[in-house]
Design a protein around this ligand. Sequence first.
Ligand SMILES: Nc1ncnc2c1ncn2[C@@H]1O[C@H](COP(=O)(O)OP(=O)(O)OP(=O)(O)O)[C@@H](O)[C@H]1O
Length: 286
Amino acid sequence: MTETTATAPAPVGDPFTDNILYADHITIRFGGLVAVDDVSFAIPPRSVTSLIGPNGAGKTTFFNVLTGLYEASEGSVHLNGRDVTTVKPHRRAAMGMARTFQNIRLFGLMTAEENVMVAMHPHLKAGVLSTIIRTPGQRREEREARDTARELLAYVGIPKAEGELARNLSYGDQRRLEIARAMALQPKVLLLDEPTAGMNPQESAAFNDFVYRVRDERGISVLLIEHDMSVIMKISERITVLDRGRMIAEGTPDDIRNNQQVIEAYLGKTGTREGRRLPVAEKGTA
Ligand SMILES: Nc1ncnc2c1ncn2[C@@H]1O[C@H](COP(=O)(O)OP(=O)(O)OP(=O)(O)O)[C@@H](O)[C@H]1O
């Protein structure tokens, strides 16, 4: 197992070019509501970063701006040094930004293998004509895509799922299949929205190891939005905290655990807001 480095240094240098992903002064308004208010955020190469905050803090909205689903009212997004602010989600995906969704989005009536193969589409060369007449080159490409799909299913821990319809897989395995599908895009950064939701404790523990393997073996940076504080505190190198659209803290898990503003954001000054558990209470329990 690879250990995380919870004391990873803060990003330095030019934030626009030295990070895999950089969001610069992002503001998002829905009518009169400011859902995200002037937030800058960096994902360094080969890192595990988390975005946390109480309900309605703006996490999903911010995530949707990073991936291109929403357009920022102000600010810009930079992927691998390139300004992608106006680039559509599918193009960003092809450029190295893959994501999973809070609500699983798989093709339920396709097999696990087919779900992964579909995702490889941007990297395949076969044109319409060669697909129709099935040239030797197209058949070879399909064989290779199938091999890669199987390899990815094994990598995420579901090697036997290849022939199963996606809808028949357990919830945890569907989440893994989503990650395999995202990895089929050969991303530089993997954005995971609530990846351990619905996983049992064993699956959740295995997920931690898996994230480090993705970082260390494949050199992919991982961004997590996650409600499970035990996962966040154990796995993240750096954590950014949003509250009511504003960034209220950024740092290592230890910094965040001991940050008074974060504690108040989760519990409120009276200690009761939303009945949320305090990150500090999780220390050493992961
Ligand atoms: N499409 C939309 N139109 C209008 N308001 C929206 C829209 N999406 C989000 N909001 C509002 O923006 C704010 C931030 O919501 P968001 O879903 O990003 O928070 P979150 O931190 O992801 O919350 P949760 O943890 O509950 O998923 C909320 O007040 C929400 O109601």
